[in-house]
Design a protein around this ligand. Structure first.
Ligand SMILES: O=C(O)C(=O)C[C@H](O)[C@H](O)COP(=O)(O)O
Length: 223
């Protein structure tokens, strides 16, 4: 029996969201005024799913503005590391949540969250535990540092039902290798939103990078 059937009925699946594009941009917003033009550039480039990391003081406000003002954007909050953050993310209008790793207490809180969650993991045991709880797409983080493509190929033997969004150390050069794996729904990365381009207000560059990323082919089939 598939491990993913555990408590799955209670959890909203992240699969339909993550399947929307081959790349999930991982965004760090330092200046609130960058949020909306940045999100517009990503949507125009073909990457509607946007993970705004809760690493900066304006991150939640950025989520709120993108959710309210950018048509076509599906904005979520990343770097969720403790349960106390969840309510504020929901209140700001986040459509999904992402964590870099998942403590037992965080997993418990996610299991009661009404929006899809990509819970983070880096080992076979962590991935199995999250799948058992019903999480359908797991963030494999930090992907390159934790074994990358070789790790994912190895665990697909005994655990072929697990699905991932690998993130961490992925860029245009290695993204195709990840996306060639049937277990990879999409990859996450900051390469489409370079800090220097954002600082310079060069959203045309972000749109071009997004366009290239949106054109990446993947092997996974969802349906
Ligand atoms: O902030 C979080 O929640 C994280 O989990 C970390 C990010 O996903 C990675 O920092 C993105 O990795 P790069 O594409 O290598 O920059």
């Amino acid at each position: 029996m598939s491990l993913t059937r555990g408590l799955a009925s209670r959890l909203p699946s992240a699969l339909p969201l993550v399947a929307k594009a081959p790349v999930v941009p991982v965004v760090v917003i330092e200046r609130l005024e960058d949020a909306v033009p940045l999100a517009r550039a990503l949507v125009e480039g073909g990457l509607p799913l946007i993970e705004v990391t809760l690493r900066t003081a304006v991150a939640l406000e950025a989520v709120r503005h993108i959710a309210a003002e950018v048509e076509g954007a599906i904005v979520g909050a990343g770097t969720v590391v403790e349960r106390a953050q969840i309510e504020a993310c929901l209140e700001a209008g986040a459509t999904f949540l992402v964590s870099p790793g998942t403590t037992p207490s965080l997993a418990e809180a996610f299991a009661e969250t009404p929006i899809p969650v990509m819970a983070g993991c880096a080992t076979a045991s962590e991935a199995m535990r999250l799948a058992e709880l019903g999480f359908e797409v797991l963030k494999f983080f930090p992907a390159e540092a934790s074994g990358g493509v070789a790790f994912l190929k190895s665990i697909a033997g005994p655990l072929p039902h697990l699905r991932f969004c690998p993130t961490g150390g992925i860029g245009p050069a290695n993204a195709p290798d990840y996306l060639a794996l049937p277990s990879v729904v999409a990859v996450g990365g900051s390469w489409v939103v370079p800090a220097d381009a954002i600082r310079a207000g060069d959203f045309g560059k972000v749109r071009d990078l997004a366009k290239a990323a949106a054109g990446l082919k993947r092997a996974a089939r969802f349906g």
